[in-house]
Design a binder for this molecule. Structure first.
Ligand code: SF4
Ligand code: SF4
Length: 373
């Protein structure tokens, strides 16, 4: 048997850690810094938006991490010397992960106390002040979580959705460093999924892994089986790993411990169906997830009988965890010079190792209990 690449070995052994930068998150300095910090902390996969600029900075982040890797190992972090897979997220139809909030600040009543600004976990909503003259949603920072929508007392916020076009797929898959794709779908969209898969098919041999992300819904297991029928021949022909991403409660992991319950429940449901491929949680995952999986005996090292949960993907929780450091980096951008220049994480050693330490606090929950190899 050919030796498995490190990230695939993590899947096999049940300690696969994926960082979700966000299917709509396009803030390039943040994506770059997140990719560096989580790679050095031992992540197996970095999942980014289907945007060539985002893919390029994430790849750059991986290269930088590789250069610093020996120092990370010396400091006891889990970086293995193998780069994580770089994954691009695609969609086959309307999906909350692929949308941006918008509003016209001119239409906001002057006496509104701006709850939208406070609720946004990505600091994507700003109002003009002493240091900036922009008001509204910063598109690159908005990742579509939707929390600002119901909180606006005047109903001024709306969203714009977008779907990946077939013509955009080849350049993305062929981009430097891309090893994996994730297809976001929903129960009942078989023909849309088939159309998207036809566009992917000519390039599928370039991939090491395909993930399918689906939220719960009536008839979900039958739907996943139908998807498997669509992709099985190609993934078998090219020896591509398959991951079922169980999207419990989308983009909510930073809200509180309880959000993980939906992800775990959906993970159990898909696991019980015994589909070919690995099962990995997402949607509401946070620092409580591994503890919950352990208490239910669902991790491989709990000596549970297979099948077991093969890994966990963390999105909003993982990003918010690093925000104290990334915010400081942004502040330095402003204070270094009156002309705004980008301060790179690797040029600020104190912040760099703080970021890696924070990332490690999450990655190690999965990794440390089995030892990393
Ligand atoms: S709350 Fe969510 S949807 Fe609204 S602007 Fe912020 S990131 Fe975007
Ligand atoms: S809550 Fe609504 S009305 Fe108030 S500032 Fe935000 S978008 Fe404008």
């Amino acid at each position: 048997m050919t030796e498995l690449l490190n990230p695939l070995r993590s899947l096999n052994k049940g300690h696969w850690f994926k960082l979700i930068c966000g299917a709509s998150f396009q803030h390039l300095p943040a994506v770059r810094s997140l990719a560096i910090a989580y790679t050095l902390a031992g992540a197996d996969c970095i999942d980014v938006a289907a945007d060539p600029a985002v893919v390029a900075v994430a790849y750059q982040g991986l290269q930088i991490a590789a250069q610093i890797g020996v120092e990370a190992q010396r400091r006891g972090f889990a970086y293995s010397g193998n780069l994580p897979f770089l994954m691009v997220s695609l969609n086959d139809g309307e999906d909350p992960h692929f949308r941006k909030a918008e509003f016209d600040p001119e239409q906001c009543p002057p006496d509104c106390h701006r709850p939208c600004e406070k609720v946004c976990p990505a600091q994507a909503i700003e109002f003009a002040g002493i240091t900036n003259n922009f008001s509204g949603v910063i598109p690159d920072k908005c990742y579509g979580c939707g929390r600002c929508l119901p909180i606006c007392p005047y109903g001024r916020i709306y969203t714009s959705n977008y779907v990946i076009t077939p013509g955009a797929i080849a350049p993305l898959i062929l981009s430097s460093g891309v090893d994996a794709i994730e297809i976001h779908t929903q129960v009942g969209r078989l023909s849309e999924f088939q159309r998207l898969w036809q566009a992917i098919l000519p390039w599928v041999g370039n991939l090491k892994l395909v993930a399918i992300s689906c939220p719960d819904g009536a008839g979900m297991i039958a739907y996943l089986r139908a998807l498997y029928e669509v992709i099985s021949e190609a993934i078998a022909a090219h020896n591509i790993a398959l991951v079922w991403q169980t999207d419990g409660r989308s983009m909510s992991g930073d809200i509180g411990d309880g959000t993980t319950l939906a992800a775990v429940k959906l993970g159990q449901k898909v696991l019980t169906a015994n589909l070919p491929g690995y099962v990995q949680l997402a949607g509401g995952t946070n620092s409580y997830t591994v503890a919950k999986l352990r208490s239910l005996g669902l991790l491989a090292h709990d000596k549970c009988q297979p099948p077991h949960i093969s890994g966990v993907a963390y999105g909003s929780y993982a990003r918010v965890l690093l925000s104290p450091v990334l915010d400081k980096l942004e502040t330095r951008e402003v204070s270094h010079t009156s002309v705004k220049t980008t301060v790179r994480l690797e040029d600020e050693p104190e912040l760099l190792w703080q970021a890696v330490e924070l990332a490690h606090s999450l990655v190690s929950q999965l990794k440390s209990q089995q030892g990393v190899d």
